[in-house]
Design a protein around this ligand. Structure first.
Ligand code: FUB
Length: 440
Protein backbone atom coordinates (compact mmCIF):
# COMPACT_ATOMS: atom_id res chain seq x y z
CA UNK A 1 0.00 0.00 0.00
CA UNK A 2 1.21 3.53 -0.62
CA UNK A 3 0.49 6.80 -2.28
CA UNK A 4 -0.12 6.80 -5.97
CA UNK A 5 -1.62 8.99 -8.64
CA UNK A 6 -4.35 8.03 -11.05
CA UNK A 7 -3.10 9.28 -14.41
CA UNK A 8 -5.33 7.09 -16.50
CA UNK A 9 -8.48 9.08 -15.82
CA UNK A 10 -6.93 12.37 -16.77
CA UNK A 11 -5.54 14.00 -19.87
CA UNK A 12 -8.61 13.59 -22.07
CA UNK A 13 -9.28 16.67 -24.17
CA UNK A 14 -12.92 15.78 -24.74
CA UNK A 15 -15.45 14.02 -22.55
CA UNK A 16 -16.21 11.29 -25.11
CA UNK A 17 -19.72 9.87 -25.36
CA UNK A 18 -21.08 8.22 -23.35
CA UNK A 19 -19.46 10.21 -20.56
CA UNK A 20 -20.39 7.86 -17.73
CA UNK A 21 -19.14 4.39 -18.56
CA UNK A 22 -18.62 2.49 -15.28
CA UNK A 23 -22.32 2.01 -14.62
CA UNK A 24 -25.45 2.58 -16.64
CA UNK A 25 -27.13 5.93 -16.17
CA UNK A 26 -30.09 7.64 -17.83
CA UNK A 27 -32.43 10.64 -17.63
CA UNK A 28 -29.72 13.19 -16.72
CA UNK A 29 -30.81 16.38 -14.98
CA UNK A 30 -27.82 18.72 -14.91
CA UNK A 31 -27.37 21.74 -12.65
CA UNK A 32 -24.57 24.21 -11.91
CA UNK A 33 -24.39 25.05 -8.22
CA UNK A 34 -22.66 27.78 -6.24
CA UNK A 35 -19.48 25.72 -5.80
CA UNK A 36 -18.84 26.22 -9.53
CA UNK A 37 -19.24 22.54 -10.36
CA UNK A 38 -21.84 20.98 -12.62
CA UNK A 39 -23.82 18.02 -11.26
CA UNK A 40 -25.75 15.27 -13.02
CA UNK A 41 -28.69 13.77 -11.14
CA UNK A 42 -29.46 10.64 -13.12
CA UNK A 43 -31.44 7.42 -13.04
CA UNK A 44 -29.32 4.31 -12.60
CA UNK A 45 -30.10 1.35 -14.86
CA UNK A 46 -29.14 -1.68 -12.82
CA UNK A 47 -27.23 -4.43 -14.60
CA UNK A 48 -28.41 -7.07 -15.46
CA UNK A 49 -31.50 -5.25 -16.63
CA UNK A 50 -35.00 -6.35 -15.76
CA UNK A 51 -37.07 -3.80 -17.62
CA UNK A 52 -37.09 -0.52 -15.76
CA UNK A 53 -38.39 -2.06 -12.55
CA UNK A 54 -35.01 -2.88 -11.05
CA UNK A 55 -33.89 0.76 -11.08
CA UNK A 56 -33.75 1.12 -7.33
CA UNK A 57 -31.08 3.72 -6.51
CA UNK A 58 -29.59 7.02 -7.62
CA UNK A 59 -25.99 8.10 -8.17
CA UNK A 60 -24.82 11.70 -8.70
CA UNK A 61 -21.86 12.78 -10.85
CA UNK A 62 -20.01 16.09 -10.81
CA UNK A 63 -17.40 17.92 -12.85
CA UNK A 64 -15.44 21.17 -12.79
CA UNK A 65 -14.66 21.10 -16.51
CA UNK A 66 -17.22 18.91 -18.38
CA UNK A 67 -14.57 16.31 -19.25
CA UNK A 68 -13.52 14.75 -15.93
CA UNK A 69 -16.58 13.38 -14.12
CA UNK A 70 -16.56 12.21 -10.52
CA UNK A 71 -19.03 9.58 -9.30
CA UNK A 72 -20.27 11.11 -6.05
CA UNK A 73 -21.87 7.84 -5.00
CA UNK A 74 -25.34 6.66 -4.21
CA UNK A 75 -27.67 9.28 -2.72
CA UNK A 76 -30.97 7.43 -2.26
CA UNK A 77 -32.35 3.93 -2.70
CA UNK A 78 -35.89 2.62 -2.66
CA UNK A 79 -35.09 0.84 0.62
CA UNK A 80 -34.91 4.28 2.27
CA UNK A 81 -38.36 5.38 1.09
CA UNK A 82 -40.79 4.44 3.85
CA UNK A 83 -43.91 5.32 1.84
CA UNK A 84 -42.68 3.58 -1.33
CA UNK A 85 -43.81 0.48 -3.17
CA UNK A 86 -43.18 -2.45 -0.83
CA UNK A 87 -41.29 -4.36 -3.52
CA UNK A 88 -38.97 -1.39 -4.16
CA UNK A 89 -37.55 -0.55 -7.58
CA UNK A 90 -38.78 2.04 -10.11
CA UNK A 91 -36.62 4.98 -9.06
CA UNK A 92 -37.14 6.85 -12.33
CA UNK A 93 -36.01 10.18 -13.76
CA UNK A 94 -35.16 12.61 -10.92
CA UNK A 95 -34.24 16.27 -10.60
CA UNK A 96 -32.66 18.50 -7.97
CA UNK A 97 -33.19 22.14 -6.98
CA UNK A 98 -31.36 24.46 -4.59
CA UNK A 99 -32.95 27.11 -2.45
CA UNK A 100 -31.82 28.92 0.72
CA UNK A 101 -29.08 26.50 1.68
CA UNK A 102 -30.96 23.26 0.98
CA UNK A 103 -30.77 20.87 -1.97
CA UNK A 104 -34.15 19.31 -2.82
CA UNK A 105 -33.98 16.02 -4.70
CA UNK A 106 -37.25 15.18 -6.50
CA UNK A 107 -37.86 11.66 -7.70
CA UNK A 108 -40.79 9.67 -9.07
CA UNK A 109 -41.50 6.46 -7.21
CA UNK A 110 -44.60 4.24 -7.00
CA UNK A 111 -46.33 3.97 -3.64
CA UNK A 112 -48.10 0.66 -4.32
CA UNK A 113 -47.62 -2.77 -5.83
CA UNK A 114 -49.72 -1.67 -8.80
CA UNK A 115 -46.82 0.52 -9.77
CA UNK A 116 -47.98 2.50 -12.80
CA UNK A 117 -51.18 3.66 -11.08
CA UNK A 118 -49.51 4.77 -7.88
CA UNK A 119 -46.74 7.21 -8.80
CA UNK A 120 -45.86 9.90 -6.32
CA UNK A 121 -43.17 12.55 -6.38
CA UNK A 122 -40.84 12.08 -3.43
CA UNK A 123 -38.54 14.76 -2.01
CA UNK A 124 -35.25 14.12 -0.23
CA UNK A 125 -33.19 16.97 1.18
CA UNK A 126 -29.58 17.69 2.08
CA UNK A 127 -27.36 20.66 2.83
CA UNK A 128 -24.87 19.14 0.35
CA UNK A 129 -25.34 18.70 -3.38
CA UNK A 130 -24.37 15.04 -3.63
CA UNK A 131 -24.52 13.30 -0.27
CA UNK A 132 -26.50 12.91 2.94
CA UNK A 133 -29.95 13.13 1.38
CA UNK A 134 -32.85 12.15 3.64
CA UNK A 135 -36.29 11.37 2.35
CA UNK A 136 -38.97 13.84 3.51
CA UNK A 137 -42.04 12.15 2.05
CA UNK A 138 -43.94 13.03 -1.12
CA UNK A 139 -45.65 16.11 -2.52
CA UNK A 140 -49.34 16.02 -1.66
CA UNK A 141 -51.80 16.18 -4.54
CA UNK A 142 -49.37 15.00 -7.22
CA UNK A 143 -49.11 11.60 -8.83
CA UNK A 144 -51.30 8.84 -10.23
CA UNK A 145 -51.22 6.94 -13.49
CA UNK A 146 -47.96 7.47 -15.46
CA UNK A 147 -47.25 10.77 -13.70
CA UNK A 148 -43.44 10.65 -13.63
CA UNK A 149 -40.33 12.69 -14.42
CA UNK A 150 -40.39 15.75 -12.11
CA UNK A 151 -38.37 18.78 -13.19
CA UNK A 152 -38.00 21.85 -10.99
CA UNK A 153 -37.12 25.29 -12.27
CA UNK A 154 -36.18 28.13 -9.89
CA UNK A 155 -36.72 31.50 -11.56
CA UNK A 156 -34.62 34.66 -11.16
CA UNK A 157 -37.15 35.98 -8.62
CA UNK A 158 -36.61 32.79 -6.55
CA UNK A 159 -40.08 31.41 -7.31
CA UNK A 160 -39.93 27.67 -7.96
CA UNK A 161 -42.01 25.66 -10.42
CA UNK A 162 -42.45 21.92 -10.79
CA UNK A 163 -43.31 20.16 -14.05
CA UNK A 164 -43.98 16.48 -14.53
CA UNK A 165 -45.95 13.92 -16.45
CA UNK A 166 -46.01 10.97 -18.77
CA UNK A 167 -48.40 9.10 -21.03
CA UNK A 168 -49.14 12.28 -22.99
CA UNK A 169 -49.96 14.56 -20.04
CA UNK A 170 -47.68 17.37 -18.86
CA UNK A 171 -48.61 19.48 -15.85
CA UNK A 172 -46.89 22.38 -14.13
CA UNK A 173 -47.44 24.37 -10.98
CA UNK A 174 -45.72 26.56 -8.42
CA UNK A 175 -44.01 25.17 -5.35
CA UNK A 176 -44.57 26.98 -2.09
CA UNK A 177 -41.80 28.20 0.19
CA UNK A 178 -41.26 24.74 1.67
CA UNK A 179 -40.37 23.44 -1.84
CA UNK A 180 -42.34 20.34 -0.87
CA UNK A 181 -45.93 21.44 -1.48
CA UNK A 182 -47.89 22.96 -4.36
CA UNK A 183 -49.14 26.53 -4.08
CA UNK A 184 -52.44 26.83 -5.95
CA UNK A 185 -53.34 24.24 -8.57
CA UNK A 186 -51.33 22.25 -11.03
CA UNK A 187 -52.34 23.03 -14.60
CA UNK A 188 -52.06 21.36 -17.94
CA UNK A 189 -49.15 22.68 -19.99
CA UNK A 190 -50.92 23.88 -23.12
CA UNK A 191 -49.40 24.12 -26.58
CA UNK A 192 -47.01 21.14 -26.52
CA UNK A 193 -47.19 18.89 -29.58
CA UNK A 194 -46.91 15.11 -29.17
CA UNK A 195 -45.76 15.24 -25.53
CA UNK A 196 -44.71 11.87 -24.14
CA UNK A 197 -42.60 12.45 -20.99
CA UNK A 198 -39.30 13.97 -19.73
CA UNK A 199 -40.27 17.62 -19.19
CA UNK A 200 -37.44 20.09 -18.52
CA UNK A 201 -37.63 23.88 -18.21
CA UNK A 202 -34.89 26.48 -18.54
CA UNK A 203 -34.76 30.22 -19.23
CA UNK A 204 -32.63 32.17 -21.69
CA UNK A 205 -32.83 35.88 -22.50
CA UNK A 206 -36.15 36.16 -20.65
CA UNK A 207 -37.76 33.34 -22.63
CA UNK A 208 -38.83 30.04 -20.99
CA UNK A 209 -38.13 26.80 -22.84
CA UNK A 210 -39.91 23.51 -22.10
CA UNK A 211 -38.17 20.49 -23.62
CA UNK A 212 -39.63 16.98 -23.68
CA UNK A 213 -39.61 13.51 -25.28
CA UNK A 214 -42.14 12.81 -28.03
CA UNK A 215 -43.94 9.59 -29.03
CA UNK A 216 -41.98 8.84 -32.22
CA UNK A 217 -42.46 5.09 -32.67
CA UNK A 218 -39.84 3.00 -30.93
CA UNK A 219 -37.27 5.79 -30.85
CA UNK A 220 -38.36 8.98 -29.12
CA UNK A 221 -37.02 12.39 -30.13
CA UNK A 222 -36.71 15.60 -28.13
CA UNK A 223 -38.96 18.54 -28.89
CA UNK A 224 -39.45 21.96 -27.33
CA UNK A 225 -41.81 24.85 -26.89
CA UNK A 226 -41.32 28.41 -25.59
CA UNK A 227 -43.29 30.90 -23.52
CA UNK A 228 -42.92 34.27 -21.83
CA UNK A 229 -44.54 32.74 -18.74
CA UNK A 230 -43.05 29.84 -16.73
CA UNK A 231 -46.40 28.01 -16.77
CA UNK A 232 -47.27 28.71 -20.41
CA UNK A 233 -49.28 28.67 -22.57
CA UNK A 234 -46.47 27.35 -24.76
CA UNK A 235 -45.70 27.86 -28.42
CA UNK A 236 -44.46 24.69 -30.06
CA UNK A 237 -41.12 25.13 -31.84
CA UNK A 238 -39.97 21.74 -33.15
CA UNK A 239 -37.59 18.80 -32.79
CA UNK A 240 -34.00 19.42 -31.64
CA UNK A 241 -32.72 15.89 -30.94
CA UNK A 242 -33.17 13.07 -33.41
CA UNK A 243 -33.42 9.47 -32.09
CA UNK A 244 -30.33 8.31 -30.24
CA UNK A 245 -30.88 4.64 -31.05
CA UNK A 246 -32.54 4.05 -27.70
CA UNK A 247 -36.30 3.54 -27.34
CA UNK A 248 -36.52 6.27 -24.69
CA UNK A 249 -35.09 9.75 -24.80
CA UNK A 250 -34.70 12.16 -21.92
CA UNK A 251 -32.57 15.25 -21.53
CA UNK A 252 -31.72 18.49 -19.79
CA UNK A 253 -30.35 21.77 -21.12
CA UNK A 254 -27.95 23.84 -19.05
CA UNK A 255 -25.39 26.63 -19.46
CA UNK A 256 -21.92 26.14 -17.95
CA UNK A 257 -19.11 28.67 -18.30
CA UNK A 258 -20.84 30.42 -21.19
CA UNK A 259 -21.63 27.35 -23.30
CA UNK A 260 -25.00 25.59 -23.50
CA UNK A 261 -25.15 21.80 -23.39
CA UNK A 262 -27.67 19.01 -23.88
CA UNK A 263 -27.42 16.09 -21.48
CA UNK A 264 -29.20 12.99 -22.81
CA UNK A 265 -28.80 9.22 -22.94
CA UNK A 266 -28.21 6.51 -25.50
CA UNK A 267 -27.57 2.76 -25.40
CA UNK A 268 -24.23 2.70 -27.18
CA UNK A 269 -22.33 0.72 -24.54
CA UNK A 270 -24.85 -2.03 -23.89
CA UNK A 271 -27.00 -2.19 -27.01
CA UNK A 272 -29.96 -2.57 -24.64
CA UNK A 273 -32.73 -0.02 -24.12
CA UNK A 274 -32.81 -0.55 -20.38
CA UNK A 275 -29.04 -0.26 -19.92
CA UNK A 276 -28.53 3.34 -20.95
CA UNK A 277 -25.63 5.76 -20.75
CA UNK A 278 -25.48 9.52 -20.25
CA UNK A 279 -24.02 11.63 -23.06
CA UNK A 280 -23.32 15.35 -23.48
CA UNK A 281 -23.17 17.46 -26.61
CA UNK A 282 -23.12 21.17 -27.25
CA UNK A 283 -26.43 22.91 -27.79
CA UNK A 284 -26.64 26.07 -29.89
CA UNK A 285 -29.27 28.71 -30.47
CA UNK A 286 -30.12 30.51 -33.70
CA UNK A 287 -30.27 34.33 -33.78
CA UNK A 288 -34.03 34.22 -33.17
CA UNK A 289 -33.62 32.07 -30.03
CA UNK A 290 -34.67 28.78 -31.60
CA UNK A 291 -32.63 25.68 -30.74
CA UNK A 292 -30.44 24.26 -33.52
CA UNK A 293 -30.57 20.51 -34.06
CA UNK A 294 -28.13 18.93 -31.62
CA UNK A 295 -25.35 16.95 -33.30
CA UNK A 296 -24.72 13.68 -31.47
CA UNK A 297 -20.97 13.04 -31.34
CA UNK A 298 -18.64 10.27 -30.25
CA UNK A 299 -16.10 12.83 -28.96
CA UNK A 300 -18.49 14.58 -26.59
CA UNK A 301 -17.60 18.06 -25.38
CA UNK A 302 -14.32 19.93 -24.91
CA UNK A 303 -12.66 21.02 -21.69
CA UNK A 304 -14.40 23.98 -20.10
CA UNK A 305 -11.76 25.50 -17.87
CA UNK A 306 -8.72 23.80 -16.46
CA UNK A 307 -7.99 20.09 -16.71
CA UNK A 308 -8.49 18.27 -13.42
CA UNK A 309 -5.39 17.79 -11.32
CA UNK A 310 -3.76 14.41 -11.93
CA UNK A 311 -2.12 14.63 -8.52
CA UNK A 312 -4.90 13.40 -6.33
CA UNK A 313 -3.36 11.02 -3.84
CA UNK A 314 -4.93 7.65 -3.36
CA UNK A 315 -4.21 4.36 -1.69
CA UNK A 316 -2.97 1.69 -4.05
CA UNK A 317 -3.22 -1.99 -3.18
CA UNK A 318 -1.12 -4.34 -5.25
CA UNK A 319 -1.87 -7.92 -6.15
CA UNK A 320 0.42 -9.29 -3.40
CA UNK A 321 -2.06 -8.12 -0.75
CA UNK A 322 -4.90 -9.81 -2.56
CA UNK A 323 -6.71 -13.12 -2.03
CA UNK A 324 -7.64 -14.87 -5.24
CA UNK A 325 -9.81 -17.89 -5.88
CA UNK A 326 -12.39 -19.61 -8.06
CA UNK A 327 -9.95 -20.12 -10.93
CA UNK A 328 -8.23 -16.74 -10.86
CA UNK A 329 -4.44 -16.87 -10.76
CA UNK A 330 -1.37 -14.65 -10.63
CA UNK A 331 0.74 -13.99 -13.71
CA UNK A 332 4.13 -12.27 -13.62
CA UNK A 333 4.62 -9.90 -16.54
CA UNK A 334 8.02 -9.33 -18.24
CA UNK A 335 8.63 -6.24 -16.11
CA UNK A 336 8.00 -8.22 -12.90
CA UNK A 337 4.51 -6.83 -12.26
CA UNK A 338 2.09 -9.44 -10.92
CA UNK A 339 -1.42 -9.32 -12.37
CA UNK A 340 -4.54 -11.38 -11.77
CA UNK A 341 -5.88 -13.36 -14.71
CA UNK A 342 -8.58 -15.97 -15.13
CA UNK A 343 -11.56 -13.91 -14.06
CA UNK A 344 -13.82 -15.42 -16.73
CA UNK A 345 -15.71 -17.72 -14.35
CA UNK A 346 -18.41 -16.30 -12.05
CA UNK A 347 -16.69 -17.96 -9.06
CA UNK A 348 -13.37 -16.27 -9.82
CA UNK A 349 -12.47 -13.34 -7.63
CA UNK A 350 -9.80 -11.00 -6.34
CA UNK A 351 -10.33 -9.77 -2.81
CA UNK A 352 -8.60 -7.24 -0.57
CA UNK A 353 -9.46 -7.76 3.10
CA UNK A 354 -7.68 -4.91 4.82
CA UNK A 355 -8.67 -1.81 2.95
CA UNK A 356 -8.28 1.32 5.02
CA UNK A 357 -11.45 3.40 5.24
CA UNK A 358 -9.85 6.01 7.52
CA UNK A 359 -12.62 7.56 9.59
CA UNK A 360 -15.18 6.06 7.21
CA UNK A 361 -17.17 7.73 4.45
CA UNK A 362 -17.28 7.95 0.68
CA UNK A 363 -14.49 6.39 -1.36
CA UNK A 364 -14.06 5.93 -5.07
CA UNK A 365 -13.10 2.27 -5.41
CA UNK A 366 -11.26 1.63 -8.66
CA UNK A 367 -9.61 -1.27 -10.39
CA UNK A 368 -6.94 -1.12 -13.07
CA UNK A 369 -7.43 -3.66 -15.80
CA UNK A 370 -6.69 -5.00 -19.29
CA UNK A 371 -9.22 -6.51 -21.65
CA UNK A 372 -9.44 -7.05 -25.38
CA UNK A 373 -13.20 -7.43 -25.16
CA UNK A 374 -15.39 -4.55 -26.29
CA UNK A 375 -17.22 -4.72 -22.96
CA UNK A 376 -16.22 -6.84 -19.99
CA UNK A 377 -17.69 -6.46 -16.51
CA UNK A 378 -16.64 -7.06 -12.93
CA UNK A 379 -18.94 -7.43 -9.97
CA UNK A 380 -18.05 -5.17 -7.04
CA UNK A 381 -18.84 -6.43 -3.55
CA UNK A 382 -17.89 -4.21 -0.61
CA UNK A 383 -18.24 -5.47 2.97
CA UNK A 384 -20.74 -8.05 1.72
CA UNK A 385 -22.94 -5.60 -0.22
CA UNK A 386 -23.30 -6.39 -3.91
CA UNK A 387 -22.99 -3.16 -5.91
CA UNK A 388 -23.84 -5.00 -9.13
CA UNK A 389 -21.74 -5.06 -12.25
CA UNK A 390 -19.20 -2.41 -13.16
CA UNK A 391 -18.29 -1.95 -16.82
CA UNK A 392 -14.76 -2.29 -18.18
CA UNK A 393 -14.39 -1.09 -21.76
CA UNK A 394 -11.73 -2.49 -24.06
CA UNK A 395 -8.16 -1.29 -23.48
CA UNK A 396 -7.24 -2.52 -26.95
CA UNK A 397 -5.40 -5.64 -25.83
CA UNK A 398 -5.42 -8.28 -23.12
CA UNK A 399 -1.97 -7.08 -22.02
CA UNK A 400 -2.76 -3.35 -22.09
CA UNK A 401 -3.21 -2.49 -18.42
CA UNK A 402 -4.50 1.01 -19.08
CA UNK A 403 -8.11 0.46 -18.06
CA UNK A 404 -9.63 2.19 -15.06
CA UNK A 405 -13.15 1.65 -13.84
CA UNK A 406 -14.67 2.66 -10.53
CA UNK A 407 -17.67 3.13 -8.34
CA UNK A 408 -18.07 5.39 -5.31
CA UNK A 409 -19.23 3.54 -2.20
CA UNK A 410 -19.14 3.97 1.58
CA UNK A 411 -16.33 2.33 3.52
CA UNK A 412 -16.38 1.60 7.23
CA UNK A 413 -13.93 3.30 9.57
CA UNK A 414 -10.68 1.41 10.11
CA UNK A 415 -8.66 -0.96 8.02
CA UNK A 416 -10.93 -3.99 7.86
CA UNK A 417 -12.92 -3.15 4.76
CA UNK A 418 -13.30 -6.06 2.37
CA UNK A 419 -13.39 -5.30 -1.34
CA UNK A 420 -14.03 -8.07 -3.82
CA UNK A 421 -14.08 -7.89 -7.61
CA UNK A 422 -15.54 -11.04 -9.10
CA UNK A 423 -15.63 -12.28 -12.67
CA UNK A 424 -17.91 -14.17 -14.99
CA UNK A 425 -18.47 -11.40 -17.49
CA UNK A 426 -15.67 -11.48 -20.01
CA UNK A 427 -11.94 -12.08 -20.26
CA UNK A 428 -10.43 -9.39 -18.07
CA UNK A 429 -7.22 -9.18 -16.01
CA UNK A 430 -6.54 -6.74 -13.22
CA UNK A 431 -3.33 -5.18 -11.95
CA UNK A 432 -4.41 -3.55 -8.70
CA UNK A 433 -6.91 -1.71 -6.59
CA UNK A 434 -7.05 2.02 -5.93
CA UNK A 435 -9.22 3.86 -3.48
CA UNK A 436 -9.66 7.59 -3.23
CA UNK A 437 -11.39 9.38 -0.40
CA UNK A 438 -14.10 11.93 -1.20
CA UNK A 439 -15.04 14.74 1.16
CA UNK A 440 -18.23 14.02 3.03
O1 FUB B 1 -35.76 5.82 -16.75
C1 FUB B 1 -37.10 5.45 -16.60
C2 FUB B 1 -37.98 6.24 -17.53
O2 FUB B 1 -37.55 6.08 -18.88
C3 FUB B 1 -37.96 7.73 -17.32
O3 FUB B 1 -38.66 8.16 -16.21
C4 FUB B 1 -38.48 8.17 -18.64
O4 FUB B 1 -38.33 9.53 -18.89
C5 FUB B 1 -37.71 7.29 -19.59
O5 FUB B 1 -36.44 7.81 -19.86
Amino acid sequence: MGNNTMPIRYGKSTSMNPVITSIYTADPSAHVWDDGRIYIYASHDTDPARGCDLMDRYHVFSSANMVDWQDEGEILSSEEVSWGRPEGGFMWAPDCAYKNGTYYFYYPHPSGTNWNDTWRIGVATSTKPASDFTDQGYIGGLGGFAMIDPAVFVDDDNRAYIYYGGGGVCEGGELDKSMMAIQGDMKLMEGLEDFHEAAWVFKRNGLYYLTYADNFAGNNRMRYAVSVNPLGPWTYKGIFLEPTGCSTTHGSVVEFKGQWYLFYHNQDISGEGTLRSVCIDELHFEQDGSISMVIQTREGVSLAGAAASPNRSSQAYGTSACLIGGGASLLTLDDGTKVIIGLQAPEAYAQWDEVDGGIGGRFEVAVMYATAERLAKLRLIVNGRDYSLVNALSTGGSDEYTGYTSLTVRLEPGSKNRIRWSGGNGDISISGLLIHSLED
